[in-house]
Ligand binder design. Structure first.
Ligand code: PMP
Length: 354
C-alpha cells in the first residue's frame, strides 16, 4: 500500500513523475539507452538541462528578465557559502529565522562582517521578526522564505534597494510571489522540485563581478553561467527528475494552482489543530507555513497511542524535528488533500478516544 508521506525532504513527488523517471532508467525515450548511461554532453541530455533551466524561469515568471537558472551540486548548504563568496565584499545583512538561516550566517562570517538584522531565536524561532533595518552599506540582504523545521514562512518580504537573496528550499514553486523582486534565489531540489542531488540557483547576472577576491571555479556563479550549467558533470538524474516535476507543475496549472491546493491543505490541518483541544500549534498564526505544519500534543501522555494510530494508518514522516518535538506535517506540492484528511481524521479519532 502506498503510504501517506509527510516527510520533510526528501519527500513526496508526483506518482506520474516516479513512473516516468523509472521508465527512463530502463530506456530513455526509446533510445535503447538508460538516462543513467548517456553522456551529459549528448544532445539528449543537453536538451534536458536546457528545458529544465528554461522551465524553472518560466514558472517563476522570470523569463527574458535578465535572470539565469543553474542546476548545481552541493545542496542548499553550499549556497550558504557560495552566496557570500560571490557577493560579500565587506558587510552583509541576514535575517535569522531558524536553523538554516543560522547556518547561512555562519558560512557568510568566513567572508566578511555579518549583521544579524533580527532573530526569532528568543522564542525558539516560532515567529518571523517583522521590524528591522537593513544597513545602508550592506552588500546584500539574505533571508529564508520558509523555515522547514519550525514551520514558519515569510509572507511579506522587505522592500530594499540592496540585492535581495533568498533561500527558498522548502517553498519554491508553492506560492505566487513577485519573483522579480529577488536578485538571487536558491533551493535544494528535494522538496517541491525533485530528488536530492541538485540545487536550483536563479540569479540576476548584474549582481556578479563586484567582489575583489578570487573565486575558485566551482564556487563561481559566472563560471557556471558561462558553461550553461555544465562546467562539470551535472547531477544528470536529479536534473532529469526535476524537469519531470517542473513539467508536472506546469501541466497542473503552474504555481497559481499549486498555491490554491496548498492553501486548502493548510486550512484543513490548521483548522483541526486550532479546534482540537488535544493539540496546539507551534508557530505563531500569522507566520504559519502551508508547507510544514508544526504542532504538539497538549498532554504528552497521548503520544504513544497517537504515534501507533498514524503509523498503523500508513502515515509516514509525521514526527517533528528534534528541536521542536511533537509533529510536523510537510505538505509539499505533490501531497494530495486526501492524505491531509487522513491525519485530520486521526486527530479527531484520538479526541474521541481520549
Ligand atoms: N535551507 C532550507 C530551508 C532547508 O530546508 C534545507 C534542508 N532541509 C537546507 C537549506 C539545506 O539543504 P541541503 O541539505 O540541500 O544542503
Amino acid at each position: 500500500m502506498k503510504k501517506h508521506n509527510f516527510s520533510a525532504g526528501p519527500c513526496i513527488l508526483p506518482q506520474e513523475v516516479f513512473q516516468e523517471a523509472s521508465q527512463a532508467i530502463l530506456d530513455y525515450n526509446n533510445s535503447g539507452l538508460s538516462i543513467l548511461e548517456i553522456s551529459h554532453r549528448s544532445p539528449a541530455f543537453v536538451a534536458v538541462m536546457e528545458e529544465a533551466r528554461s522551465l524553472a524561469l518560466e514558472l517563476l515568471g522570470l523569463k527574458d528578465k535578465g535572470y539565469k537558472a543553474l542546476f548545481l551540486q552541493g545542496g542548499a548548504s553550499t549556497q550558504f557559502l557560495m552566496v557570500a563568496y560571490n557577493l560579500l565584499e565587506k558587510k552583509a545583512a541576514y535575517l535569522n529565522t531558524g536553523t538554516w538561516s543560522s547556518k547561512a550566517i555562519k558560512e557568510a562570517k568566513l567572508f566578511g562582517e555579518v549583521v544579524e538584522v533580527a532573530s526569532s531565536k528568543d522564542e525558539n524561532f516560532n515567529y518571523i521578526p517583522k521590524s528591522f533595518t537593513i544597513p545602508e552599506d550592506a552588500d546584500y540582504f539574505h533571508c529564508t522564505s520558509n523555515n522547514t523545521i519550525f514551520g514558519t514562512q515569510i509572507k511579506k518580504f522587505p522592500s530594499t534597494a540592496k540585492p535581495l537573496i533568498c533561500d527558498m528550499s522548502s517553498d519554491i514553486f508553492s506560492r505566487e510571489l513577485d519573483f522579480s523582486k529577488f536578485d538571487l534565489i536558491y533551493a535544494g531540489a528535494q522538496k517541491n522540485m525533485g530528488p536530492a542531488g541538485t540545487t536550483l540557483v536563479v540569479l540576476k547576472e548584474e549582481i556578479l563581478g563586484k567582489v575583489s577576491r578570487e573565486i575558485p571555479s566551482m564556487m563561481d556563479y559566472q563560471v557556471h553561467i558561462g558553461k550553461d550549467s555544465m562546467f562539470n558533470t551535472p547531477a544528470v538524474y536529479a536534473v532529469y527528475v526535476s524537469l519531470l516535476t517542473l513539467r508536472w507543475i506546469k501541466a497542473n496549472g503552474g504555481i497559481k494552482a499549486m498555491e490554491e491546493r496548498n492553501e486548502q491543505k493548510a486550512d484543513l490541518i490548521y483548522n483541526e489543530i486550532d479546534r482540537n483541544p488535544l493539540f496546539k500549534g507551534f508557530a505563531r498564526k500569522e507566520d504559519r507555513s502551508p508547507m510544514n505544519a508544526t504542532f504538539n500534543l497538549v498532554d504528552e501522555g497521548h503520544k504513544e497511542i497517537f504515534d501507533k494510530m498514524w503509523k498503523d494508518a500508513g502515515v509516514n514522516g509525521l514526527n517533528g524535528h528534534r528541536s521542536v518535538g511533537g509533529y510536523r506535517a510537510s505538505m509539499y506540492n505533490a501531497m494530495p488533500v486526501e492524505s491531509v484528511q487522513v491525519v485530520v481524521d486521526l486527530m479527531q479519532e484520538l479526541e474521541n478516544k481520549a
